[in-house]
Design a protein around this ligand. Structure first.
Ligand code: PXL
Length: 276
């Protein structure tokens, strides 16, 4: 069985980061190991969340894995809480990222034009440095603009603009770029995936859902990681990840008293258990 390590926080309640990565990646028949960066009572969209930083524990944990000669088929980083944690990821990639190990960096830090609570432009710059070490990066449009240090354009852009953005993102150093949240009209939203080897962009659009939810970026990156480790092409992995997010939102909205903080991905996990 393939084995990956995912590095992100545990938001105890909130259906994001590790509480979605673990079930999703396990459902795909891949062993999911974790390096928890922090423990929060909830994700940061709740008021009054607690936050325990685990940065100090990380070096000893990874040292133990080295002693045990444990290796991984992929390293997948998500929400990181500090510049120090980004620096530790550079070391993690040096220690465990050699050979055929894929490195997937979700530069999880922003959406809808703004950085998440607690993040700074300096953090975004350091995240761009981590993206340089990745095989695949998975920014949304907001994260892309922060990574590149350029203004966020919310709408009214065209295909040329997106193609230029993708090429600039690839210029940061990652071989493959998956850009999320692209919308040229009111009805559709989707992704563009780019491989520097073929220099080809694949586009995938689906119906725009009536509401956005927390955690869907983490779910997308988790499915993408599982699919890439199971040797899906980048395009096919993106399609599965996008379809899974759409169906999770549809399942959520099918309940009239749905919860606001995350999606009912549990109801559609069966979509992932049949990956070949
Ligand atoms: O879903 C991204 C995410 C992960 N972890 C924490 C968050 C968020 C988004 O706000 O707050 C703690």
């Amino acid at each position: 069985m393939k084995r990956i390590i995912t590095v992100q926080d545990i938001s105890c309640v909130g259906k994001c980061s590790l509480t979605v990565a673990l079930p999703v990646i396990s459902a795909m028949g891949v062993e999911a190991c974790v390096l928890p960066t922090a423990v929060l009572s909830t994700h940061t969209a709740f008021k009054g969340f607690t936050f325990r930083d685990l940065t100090g524990d990380l070096p000893a944990i990874t040292r133990h894995w080295q002693e045990e000669k444990i290796n991984f088929d992929a390293i997948y980083t998500g929400y990181l809480g500090s510049l120090e944690q980004i620096n530790l990821m550079h070391q993690l990639i040096k220690d465990f990222g050699a050979g055929s190990t894929r490195v997937i960096v979700d530069p999880c830090m922003a959406d809808n034009g703004s950085l998440y609570s607690g993040f700074t432009p300096e953090f975004a710059k350091a995240m761009a440095g981590l993206c340089a070490k990745a095989d695949v990066i998975v920014p949304n449009l907001t994260e892309a603009s922060f990574l590149l240090g350029q203004p966020y354009v919310a709408s009214g852009y065209n295909k040329d603009y997106i193609e230029e953005l993708i090429k600039k993102l690839a210029g940061l150093g990652a071989r493959r770029v998956v850009l999320k949240g692209i919308s040229f009209d009111e009805k559709k939203i989707g992704i563009a995936s780019y491989d520097s080897d073929s220099q080809k962009i694949n586009w995938y659009f689906h119906e725009k859902m009536p509401q956005n939810f927390h955690g869907t970026g983490d779910i997308f990156a988790s499915v993408l990681t599982g699919a890439l480790v199971r040797d899906f092409s980048l395009d096919k992995a993106c399609r599965l990840a996008a379809d899974f997010v759409v169906e999770s939102i549809r399942a959520t909205l099918s309940h009239k008293d749905y919860n606001w903080y995350g999606v009912d991905f549990e109801s559609v996990l069966h979509m992932l258990t049949v990956v070949e």
